[in-house]
Design a protein around this ligand. Structure first.
Ligand code: NAP
Length: 284
């Protein structure tokens, strides 16, 4: 059986078109990014986010702060963006220099502008089954599964990885979609047997080709979040041979990656809508 390829690039383009229509309707949406220091990969991510935002008509505010900024000064910038009514979404790029407290910085963000969905208020809302702003990568995975009409209700889903930005929110979203969810991690015994139970497998590990073709249940939907730089180029956590057993599979690159930025833009629109509705109802 040759799997259907879940084309993240094409779907991301569709999501961006939807976002562009929403932006045109809502008007004047602002996304601010905060980047501290000189991490080269972070500079690339920030540039890509700004290009994507501008392409859909979202105005972007690019704050670059020196690597030796104090925690206090960083929080002042975040608070200034919280208070700025022309800004609908704020994201603080990770990783930060070691002397800064990333958790405290995220907690200082206005949860209503937290388009990465990392604030404890947003993480808690997801846990309680009433998601507000959800991290973009797992949200993108859900959109892909929906687009390809993968049946989630009652299905056995296995998520490998339990990070706060991918694995955990992914597991909660699948649970809410009525899948029976198992979360595997580095201490899981007999990963092959666990994976082999999965009707839906989401691999978010960061180990090249950790999941081999023989682990895959025939007819499974396989989503590969992994992005691993190797001598052979960018590869996922799943061996591409899995396509011979799966019914659906995401490629790397061109799968989950493009969806992440598209969903970040969608989150910015969502944040703008919710905040404006609240402002409109605010007593004078
Ligand atoms: P992370 O914070 O390093 O988490 C990795 C998870 O994998 C941990 O829960 C870890 O278990 C688990 N793990 C490690 N080795 C394992 C093994 N041998 N068997 C089973 N589980 C194992 O990584 P992350 O931020 O979630 O990212 C995961 C991958 O997704 C990375 O390749 C990253 O580059 C990629 N990613 C892609 C996108 C995208 O847009 N496509 C976005 C974000 C991340 P423990 O908890 O026990 O340590």
């Amino acid at each position: 059986m040759a799997a259907t390829i879940m084309d993240g690039k094409a779907l991301a383009a569709k999501v961006k078109e939807e976002v562009a229509r929403d932006v045109a309707e809502l008007g004047g949406i602002g996304l601010a990014t905060v980047l501290v220091g000189d991490d080269p990969a972070s500079h690339i991510y920030i540039r890509l986010k700004h290009e994507a935002a501008e392409a859909v008509g979202i105005r972007s505010d690019d704050r670059r702060l020196p690597a030796d900024i104090s925690q206090e000064e960083l929080l002042e910038v975040v608070e200034e963006l919280n208070a700025d009514d022309s800004i609908d979404g704020v994201l603080v790029q990770s990783p930060m220099p070691d002397h800064l407290d990333e958790e405290l910085t995220v907690e200082t963000l206005d949860p209503a502008k937290d388009v990465d969905g990392f604030h404890p208020r947003n993480a808690g809302a997801l846990y309680l089954g009433e998601p507000l702003l959800v991290p973009a990568t797992p949200l993108g995975v859900m959109r892909m599964l929906e687009e390809y009409e993968v049946e989630l209700s009652g299905a056995r889903a296995v998520v490998i990885g339990r990070s706060n930005i991918v694995g955990k929110p992914m597991a909660h979203l699948l649970l809410q979609a009525n899948a029976t969810v198992t979360v595997a991690h580095s201490r899981t015994r007999d990963l092959a047997a666990v994976v082999n139970e999965a009707d839906i497998l989401v691999a978010a590990v960061g180990v090249a080709h950790l999941v081999t073709a023989d682990m895959i249940k025939t007819g499974a939907a396989v989503v590969d979040v992994g992005m691993n730089r190797t001598e052979a180029g960018l590869v996922g956590d799943v061996d591409p041979g899995a396509a011979d057993r799966a019914a659906f599979i995401t490629p790397v690159p061109g799968g989950v990656g493009p969806m992440t930025i598209a969903m970040l833009l969608a989150n910015t629109v969502k944040a703008a809508r919710a905040r404006r509705a609240r402002l409109a109802n605010r007593p004078d």
